[in-house]
Design a protein around this ligand. Structure first.
Ligand code: C5P
Length: 447
């Protein structure tokens, strides 16, 4: 894995993760994995409630460490007592933080291992609340949050959304990658603009002011292409490829979730249109090209479609018939390269950020660097589609983000771990939001 910014920041850091008893506890397992991927050492403490949602065995297996719980034995205490455990950490994270543990923290109670660790520490604490919306907006919880804020505890989330209990509103735990961004912010890295971290310096959340976190692309217009294209041979036959559109559709949804106004130009796929996205359905590369240009100008374009390179030069008006001994010969013509055309269009119409994909079977990053130049685009998301990678049609993806844009000054490569296509999409949307906020800061400085 390459050195990513987050990799270097979390490398060697010791995180003590307190898991309390909420349905969101399953996301803590993901959080442990993501932290460890970035080189952090994670020790975990669980409340007895948490053990109803995830088992100490899975937490221990993922963290590679014994779990501190109420069953913590005398021998363990002799090896590393709770005071040392909480002081040994660089940061304590409570995720999920239930209304109950927040109340106990606000009161300074130390009636189990988790709260004892939290009270015994002299290190920064970050909490990721997760609870039913009514519990979150209850004056008692808000009073406790206000107290914790005054005590210097940082708070990430909760997010708005549908909850396990079926209600909608603020109460969903922040996503693991958002919690990681908040942890990095505690360790000194600026927080991505779309995230809100409530800390001692910021006003407490009130029910009315709790905003969805992901709004870093508000006011930005973005086109995403997705799916395969179908190139007609005759009225019943076509040339196609195996693209499912899962990655492109997830990107459109993730950008929309960040507040962008997204137009998705999709080839034929069997996926539903993503919510909050204007979807234009096309069949062929030429239609995709036309609809992309019809929707310019925009701030950014993400070309994730697997556009067919060739089409049949002359589409037969009637179904081709078997006649004679020889099969028909198909003469091919090259399709327009949508990505290159947008990246090299008149500068007045060219989007500020043009992102392409490179699906390669070998030398993925080297080819991606070349592709940056040959296509004239700013970023390439490179992925391996080698046999056995499971990328085409699968739910997971391993990508490298190769950036050659002027804001970054020189080409940089980020190797991302294998993750779900949704997570790839969320991280790409996050990078795009960061890019625009960095460009804005640059502009403001030079103004
Ligand atoms: O040239 P290649 O197909 O490897 O390039 C892949 C990238 O170019 C992808 O971003 C794809 O969406 C885009 N592309 C395009 N139009 C084409 C061919 C590829 O937009 N005709």
């Amino acid at each position: 894995m390459g050195k990513t910014a987050e990799g270097t920041l979390l490398k060697g850091k010791r995180i003590l993760l307190v898991i309390s008893g909420g349905i969101a506890a399953y996301k803590s397992l993901e959080l442990i994995r993501r932290l460890r991927e970035r080189g952090a050492a994670v020790r975990c403490a669980m409340t007895s409630g948490a053990e109803h949602f995830v088992t100490p065995m899975s937490v221990s297996a993922l963290s590679g460490e014994k779990v501190a719980s109420n069953l913590f034995s005398l021998t363990d205490e002799a090896e590393m007592g709770h005071i040392e455990l909480s002081r040994d950490a660089d940061l304590l994270v409570v995720a999920p933080a239930t209304a109950n543990i927040l109340a106990r923290m606000a009161q300074g109670l130390a009636d189990d291992m988790a709260t004892t660790l939290l009270l015994a520490t002299d290190k920064p604490i970050l909490v990721a609340p997760a609870m039913n919306v009514r519990m979150w907006v209850h004056p008692a919880t808000q009073r406790n949050i206000e107290q914790l804020r005054k005590d210097g505890v940082a708070i990430i989330g909760p997010n708005d959304g549908e909850m396990a209990c079926g209600e909608f509103g603020p109460g969903r735990m922040a996503e693991p990658l958002e919690i990681i961004a908040a942890i990095e912010a505690q360790l000194g890295k600026p927080l991505p603009r779309h995230l809100t971290l409530v800390s001692a310096a910021r006003p407490a959340p009130t029910p009315a002011s709790v905003q969805p976190l992901a709004q870093g692309l508000k006011g930005r217009r973005i086109i995403v292409t997705s799916g395969p294209t179908h190139e007609p041979i005759d009225p019943v036959r076509y040339i196609a490829n195996r693209s499912s559109g899962k990655q492109g559709h997830a990107i459109a949804a993730a950008l929309a979730a960040q507040g962008a106004e997204v137009t998705l130009v999709s080839g034929p796929v069997s996926l539903p249109d993503p919510p909050g996205v204007k979807t234009v359905h096309v069949e062929s590369a030429r239609e995709m090209f036309e609809h992309c240009f019809l929707n310019l100008p925009v701030d950014a374009v993400v070309c994730a479609a697997a556009v067919a390179d060739w089409r049949v030069a002359v589409e037969a008006p009637q179904k081709l018939k078997k006649s004679g001994d020889l099969p028909p010969t198909l003469k091919l013509a090259e399709n327009p390269d949508i990505l290159r055309a947008i990246a090299t269009t008149d500068p007045k119409r060219r989007p500020a950020l043009v992102v392409g994909f490179a699906a390669e079977t070998e030398n993925v990053v080297a080819y991606a660097r070349k592709k940056l130049q040959s296509k004239g685009c700013d970023w390439i998301v490179a992925n391996s589609v080698a046999e056995g990678s499971g990328t085409f049609g699968g739910d997971r993806n391993t990508v490298h983000l190769v950036r050659g844009d002027s804001v970054e000054a020189k080409a940089s490569v980020e190797d991302w771990p294998t993750m779900s296509k949704q997570d790839v999409a969320a991280r790409l949307a996050e990078r795009i939001a960061e890019h625009f906020s960095a460009s804005r800061r640059k502009k403001d400085k030079s103004a």
